[in-house]
Design a protein around this ligand. Structure first.
Ligand code: AMP
Length: 302
């Protein structure tokens, strides 16, 4: 089974209380693909500019990541810059330069059209829908991420796109904004009416909450002494989560619960260092050891 992801591939400038980087490989699709490729083959769809060279490409090579759908366009790659507050809970976006992303129209290579799992990263909902329309057959599972910019700016397009989505992964503010409902359980009920049958609320250092029609499951964030840069944690979570589901090929309570744990485990590596530095080095062994510790962390008897 293959997993298709569409989303940003970017250069990021990040400032946190632990340091600063002027230009590091980032973008939602980058974090997602690096995390998911530990579990299943990933097909990337996105666009980069002339500044994306062999060095950046090398980060994806030697893994189960297909770059056929990564378009190279004239101009500069998407650039994003952000600064975190002292306690890392708040982030200020300093710059968003769309560059080649501004005229991006996803075009799926033929070899991607049979993907059974699809993740629509945080881009214009109309473009997310165009990816789904291009698929040769209906995917088994579709996940989607979005943000306040699209919830406010393209509500009708987003609602239309959500009709074809199974799993929505957004943060708590976005959940409330999308549904005009403060209570997350009630918000989930409203989201189920829009299309998805599963809502995953990403809650940063507080972990993630999965609300499904039939059950609820919650995971903490893996406790770490050193959190240096939270950038990409949500995208890494989504990559670990969707990658795990793709590898298991079926959706049920058990696979969804385990996928939540692997999403959290992968995200815990991302935040330990800047950009994709740690995520790009993590090994299978480290992932399974941390998953075991995660199970102990959350296990108890009644
Ligand atoms: P996260 O920390 O999970 O919100 O993801 C951060 C990543 O998303 C960074 O690597 C950015 O390059 C990328 N990003 C930031 N803003 C946008 C946007 N408006 N559209 C697409 N990607 C973005």
């Amino acid at each position: 089974m293959s997993l298709l992801v569409v989303g940003s591939v970017a250069f990021d400038a990040i400032e946190t209380p632990y340091g600063k980087t002027d230009r590091t490989l980032g973008g939602a699709a980058s974090y997602f693909a690096l995390a998911a490729s530990h579990f299943a083959p990933v097909r990337m769809v996105g666009v980069v500019g002339e500044d994306f060279g062999k060095k950046e490409e090398a980060v994806f090579r030697g893994r189960k990541i297909d770059l056929t759908g990564l378009e190279h366009a004239a101009g500069k790659s998407f650039f994003w810059s952000g600064r975190y507050s002292q306690n890392m809970n708040e982030r200020t976006t300093l710059a968003t330069e769309l560059n080649v992303f501004a005229s991006f129209r996803p075009k799926l290579p033929d070899s991607y059209l049979d993907s059974s799992f699809v993740f629509l990263g945080n881009i214009d909902p109309a473009l997310q829908a165009s990816v789904l329309r291009q698929m040769r057959r209906e995917p088994k599972v579709v996940g989607l991420d979005t943000m306040n910019f699209w919830i406010e700016g393209a509500p009708a397009e987003l609602r239309e796109t959500l009709k074809g989505v199974d799993i929505l992964t957004i943060n708590d503010d976005e959940t409330r904004q999308l549904t005009s409902e403060h209570n997350l359980l009630r918000a989930a009920r409203r989201i189920f009416k829009l299309g998805p049958s599963t809502l995953i609320v990403k809650r940063g250092e507080h972990g993630a909450l999965m609300i499904h029609d039939k059950f609820i499951f919650s995971v903490p964030a893996y406790p770490l002494e050193e959190v240096r840069d939270p950038t990409g944690a949500g995208d890494t979570f989504a990559g670990g989560f969707m990658g795990y589901l793709t590898a298991h090929g079926r959706i049920n309570e058990q696979t969804l619960r385990s996928a939540m744990v692997y999403g959290s485990v992968l995200a815990s590596f991302t935040v330990e260092r800047f950009g994709v530095e740690r995520l790009a080095r993590v090994t299978r062994k480290e992932i399974s050891e941390r998953a075991k510790r995660f199970a102990r962390l959350t296990s108890f008897k009644l």
